[in-house]
Every structure is written in structure tokens, then in C-alpha cells.
Design a protein around this ligand. Structure first.
Ligand code: SF4
Length: 486
């Protein structure tokens, strides 16, 4: 009988994409996705060590699953991802009913480890210190018919003091451009309209194979791919951001007018303590250059409030940069120590109530700016790639939702048109809120797409395994085209 699987994913886009690879591998090994609400024979936790209390949450979830497993003979539980890489055998010690623990470097071992655990009736813990196979060479079962992630690199050569990524994901490994482009082309051939290029630091892409302009060349090459309409990327790093990337963004129409570039702090003293090797002046200069080349670019960021040693003056410097940068949106985080990072050991931790008060002020300022910028768009037309699951209230409001080219979330009235996720709609903005736009008029235009057809049929691209190992050029295209940052 075919065994079923379910994957529970925590954390960043990188992890979400790894889960697509895990699903692809399990399906290639003969498993099938469990039905919604049904009990899976194999439950995989793809964990994240970046979030606060990630370990408590994992052990809580594993605890809930124990009686379920007792009631389902043959059921298996696997734990992978960053937390598994960090805690290793500790997981089986604390939760002995777990069958398999695998790390960030050996996703590809999951089916074999499940098999071995079943055969030996014994938990299998396998953690590798370096990457065995670039995860993109593993088969994938994609979540979406219209948008896909494509990894260009994994790991990071920086050493930001708040970040656990380098110790868990290792040094940067770059995928060869030919392999990346083959995957993007295969996805576009399957109807995918939007691709997000993923790396912990996309701007250092190419450092491993000696081409500092590799990322801008990659963006331009994406512009040549038939059928592809939107290219995004995450995350850039101000230290490595170069003008050729800005020019490529401006001159390649498929590259979306959007930039999500982590600031982390506006205080130079804090940037130094975070071991972020740019300063606020350099950061703002990059934004000026981006806006000169792409005037309508929506720029967003990540900011940490209350890093150890942050004074009121440092915090004011962050507010000053936020005012000057005029971000369309910002992910704001209250600093809390992550075990295993240098910052967790620093003295001068800022009291929680101070962090939370500063955080409220930052959020209020950013909301004001986001709202002001969004209001400027009222009355303007936007192109929306219709998505599923972006609008929580869509059922009640009879709207649909999707992203504008600049990444803004738009809730729109579909009017009389039979609009499907994956289709493209042009509509006029009628109302702005700080975190979204509303378009309540009849759409100006509705384009039915192949992605919309495939979505309607429940069909998703699946990228098969490629036959290359690490560091080797791709051997042709994938066999059949068929799916915490800087
Ligand atoms: S924050 Fe980003 S750039 Fe810094 S170490 Fe982590 S992944 Fe690398």
C-alpha cells in the first residue's frame, strides 16, 4: 500500500523551498501526499532555528504527535532543517519516538533514512557537516502553478553576530548559472510566470566561481526566457550590492521594481556590533542609486530593535534612516538572544520593556510612511498576479488577492470575470491601507493564463532530479520540464 506523507514547514522561504524538495523526493520514492485532514504515515518537520522558542515549539508538536503515533502502528516521524542540524541526537534523546533526524546538508537522505529506520526498527540520526548534493538537484513537488522559488546559492560567508545561518548552513555554495537558468526555463515552459531567486546573500553570487558580475548577468539572462513575466530575488546584502545589479534590474523588464534589502540598524555602532560591514550612509546611497534608475521601486527591509548595547541614540539613528529611506514596508523584529550566536553571549542586553517600547515607536513610524506611500497609488492602475491564500478575508469581501509588480499586496473585486489564481488582472486602486491596497472597481483587463489553467486543474510543476553533483556543470536541462536572509 502506498504510504502517505505530510510536511510541516517552519521559517523562511529557503525552508519552504527545501520542503518542496522533500516532497519531490518522497514522491519519487513512491509516497503520496496525505489528504487534507487525513493522518499521514510519515510526518516530516522541516524546522527553523532562527525563530524565537523554535525548540519549545518543536518539542511541543512532537509531544502532541506521540499518542497519534501510538495509535497508528507503522507511522514514522522525521525531523529535519536547521534545528535538527543544531540539536542532532538531542532530538531523539528528548523525543525517543522520533524515527529520523536529518540536517540541512543531506535532505536527499530522507527516503533512505526512513527505510533504514523501518528496517532496523531504530531511530536514524544523520547530520552532515557539508553539503552532499545541492538541494536543487533533488526532485521537487512545487506548491504553486504560477510562482516558484529557484535557489542560486546556499550558505553564507558572512558572520553577522545575531545570525545562526552560517553555523547551520555552512559557507556559501553557488550553483552554476547554466543550472539555475535551466531550472527557470523549465518552470517557465510549465507555465510558471514568476520566479524568486533565492540565496542568503544574492549579491555575493559568483564569488565561488570567480565572477563578481554573475548575479547581474543572471538577471539579464532571465529576461531572455520565454514566458517568464516576473523575476524577484531575496536577499541582497548592502555590503556586496554593486551598480551592475541596479543597471540590470532597470534594463531587464521582467525584473520587478522591488528591492527587499535588510538594514538591521540605522546606527553605525550597532552595525559594527552586528558585524555588518556597511554603514548607514552606504545603505542610503544604494537606495538613491536604485531610485534614480527605477523611480517606482518599492523598497522594503528588515530591522532588529534592541540589539545588545543599543542606546536611545542608536535607536534614534534607526528612526532617522527609516525616515530618509521611506520604505514601502519593513519586517521589524524585537531582538532576543538565539542560542549559538555571538550576540547571545554579549553583555548589555537591552531590557525587554525597553525593546518593546522602541519597537512600538518604530512600527508606528513605518506604518505612517507605508500608508502615505500607498495612498499615492490610489487612482493608479496596477497589474496583479492573482494568488491563492493571500487574502484572509476574501471570502467575506468577495475579493481576490495577489501581488502587484512591485510586490504590494492588492485585494481586488474580480467583477464579472472568471478570474483564477495564476491569471493576470489589471485594475485601478480605490483605497489604500498601510499593509495593502484595495481595488473595488471592475478590472480594466483580465488575462487568462496557462498557469491559471493548470492551477484550476490542480496541476503543479514538478522538477525531477538532475544528475549533477556539487560544483559540476549541469548535464543538459532537467530531464522533463514539468517547483532568515541577509
Ligand atoms: S544575516 Fe544574512 S548575511 Fe548575515 S550571516 Fe546571516 S545569512 Fe549571512
Amino acid at each position: 500500500m502506498t504510504r502517505s506523507y505530510a510536511i510541516r514547514t517552519y521559517g523562511c522561504q529557503m525552508n519552504a523551498h527545501d520542503s518542496e524538495r522533500l516532497a519531490g523526493m518522497l514522491e519519487a520514492a513512491g509516497y503520496q501526499a496525505a489528504e487534507d485532514g487525513g493522518q499521514a504515515d510519515v510526518v516530516v518537520f522541516n524546522t527553523c532555528a532562527v525563530r524565537e522558542n523554535a525548540d519549545n515549539r518543536l518539542y511541543g508538536n512532537l509531544g502532541h504527535l506521540r499518542p497519534v503515533k501510538d495509535a497508528h502502528p507503522g507511522m514514522q516521524i522525521a525531523v529535519g532543517g536547521c534545528l535538527a542540524q543544531k540539536d542532532r541526537a538531542e532530538i531523539v534523546r528528548r523525543a525517543p519516538w522520533v524515527d529520523v533526524v536529518f540536517g540541512t546538508h543531506n535532505l536527499g537522505s530522507l527516503p533512505a533514512l526512513l527505510e533504514r529506520a523501518r528496517h532496523n526498527a531504530e531511530a536514524q540520526v544523520e547530520i552532515k557537516e557539508s553539503l552532499e548534493v545541492f538541494p536543487s538537484n533533488l526532485p521537487a513537488r512545487r506548491e504553486s502553478a504560477y510562482a516558484a522559488w529557484v535557489s542560486i546559492s546556499v550558505g553564507c560567508n558572512n558572520s553577522c553576530t545575531f545570525c545562526i545561518v552560517p553555523s547551520l548552513r555552512g559557507r556559501e555554495v553557488d550553483r552554476r548559472p547554466g543550472e539555475v537558468l535551466a531550472e527557470v526555463s523549465a518552470l517557465a515552459a510549465e507555465g510558471v510566470l514568476e520566479v524568486t531567486l533565492l540565496g542568503q546573500n544574492v549579491n555575493s553570487y559568483g564569488v565561488e566561481f570567480g565572477d563578481r558580475a554573475a548575479f547581474s548577468k543572471l538577471l539579464r539572462a532571465c529576461g531572455e526566457i520565454d514566458g517568464l513575466e516576473r523575476v524577484r530575488f531575496t536577499s541582497p546584502h548592502p555590503r556586496d550590492f554593486t551598480s551592475d545589479v541596479i543597471t540590470a534590474m532597470a534594463e531587464t523588464p521582467v525584473v520587478c521594481p522591488q528591492l527587499h534589502m535588510p538594514l538591521q540598524s540605522g546606527s553605525d555602532a550597532m552595525l559594527k556590533a552586528m558585524r555588518r560591514s556597511y554603514r548607514s550612509g552606504r545603505y542610503l546611497a544604494i537606495l538613491d542609486e536604485v531610485r534614480a534608475a527605477i523611480p517606482h521601486a518599492a523598497i522594503s527591509t528588515d530591522i532588529i530593535v534592541g540589539f545588545p548595547g543599543e542606546t536611545e541614540e542608536d535607536f534614534q539613528a534607526t528612526l532617522d534612516v527609516v525616515r530618509a529611506a521611506r520604505f514601502a514596508s519593513a519586517f521589524t523584529f524585537q531582538y532576543s538572544p538565539r542560542p549559538g550566536t555571538p550576540a547571545a553571549e554579549m553583555g548589555d542586553q537591552v531590557p525587554k520593556d525597553v525593546v518593546s517600547e522602541r519597537y512600538q515607536r518604530l512600527v508606528a513610524l513605518q506604518e505612517e510612511i507605508s500608508w502615505e506611500l500607498n495612498r499615492e497609488l490610489v487612482g493608479r492602475p496596477v497589474e496583479v498576479l492573482v494568488a491563492q491564500g493571500e487574502g484572509r478575508k476574501d471570502g467575506a469581501t468577495r475579493r481576490m488577492s495577489g501581488r502587484a509588480r512591485d510586490g504590494r499586496l492588492v485585494h481586488f473585486a474580480p467583477g464579472s470575470a472568471q478570474v483564477r489564481p495564476g491569471d493576470v488582472v489589471r485594475t485601478e486602486i480605490t483605497y489604500a491601507a498601510p499593509h495593502h491596497l484595495v481595488a473595488d472597481g471592475e478590472p480594466l483587463d483580465h488575462r487568462r493564463t496557462r498557469a491559471g489553467d493548470l492551477h484550476e486543474q490542480g496541476s503543479r510543476p514538478s522538477t525531477p532530479a538532475t544528475v549533477t553533483g556539487l560544483g559540476l556543470p549541469a548535464i543538459g536541462r532537467p530531464l522533463t520540464p514539468a517547483r532568515g536572509g541577509a
